[in-house]
Design a protein around this ligand. Structure first.
Ligand SMILES: [Zn+2]
Ligand SMILES: [Zn+2]
Ligand SMILES: [Zn+2]
Length: 164
């Protein structure tokens, strides 16, 4: 499998169809490994989440599905598909935006750390295991056992800072 774009590259104009096909390939592999069914709907929802590097809300996904199919998609179906994608690590949920972003490396188990641009709303996933370790360590100092952690950092991305 070809490498995904680095977060820096993903910010620049690029051939996004590559990102999408890599994401779908990785998803096929993860589901095959886990013995999970990558149904047409799950695949379609993942494709929609991957339409850009900006987190997408469940409502936007519903709207697009309904428009494409010419009939109203059932919300529970879409929520279940998103739950599945999240469980398989194929998408991350950005709580501060109540939205979902595709994961570029679902084959590796990891916690999510994101730089979220307040201007263009791009979310850049960091591969920063030292952050995970630091949070776990700080929590342990309080006798706290971390179950999951998603770090969301807001600010301005390089592109937007340049344009400002
Ligand atoms: Zn892309
Ligand atoms: Zn990820
Ligand atoms: Zn930006």
């Amino acid at each position: 499998m070809t490498e995904f774009l680095s977060p820096q590259e993903a910010q620049q104009p690029h051939d996004h169809s590559r990102c999408v096909s890599h994401a779908l390939d990785a998803a096929e592999q993860v589901c095959a490994r886990e013995g999970a069914r990558f149904t047409t709907l799950r695949k379609r929802v993942l494709e929609l989440v991957w339409q850009s590097h900006k987190p997408l809300g469940a409502y936007d996904i519903l709207e697009t599905l309904s428009r494409d199919d010419g009939r109203r998609a059932a919300p529970p179906t879409v929520y279940r598909a998103l739950d599945f994608l999240q469980e398989q690590g194929l998408v991350h949920r950005i709580a501060s935006l109540n939205a979902f972003i595709g994961c570029a490396s679902p084959e590796h188990q990891h916690e999510g750390q994101f730089l979220i641009c307040l201007n263009c709303h791009i979310a850049i996933e960091l591969d920063a295991s030292p952050i995970t370790a630091a949070v776990t360590g700080a929590a342990e100092a309080h006798g706290f056992a971390v179950q999951s952690q998603t770090v969301e950092i807001s600010g301005l991305c390089a592109q937007c800072r340049e344009a400002a």
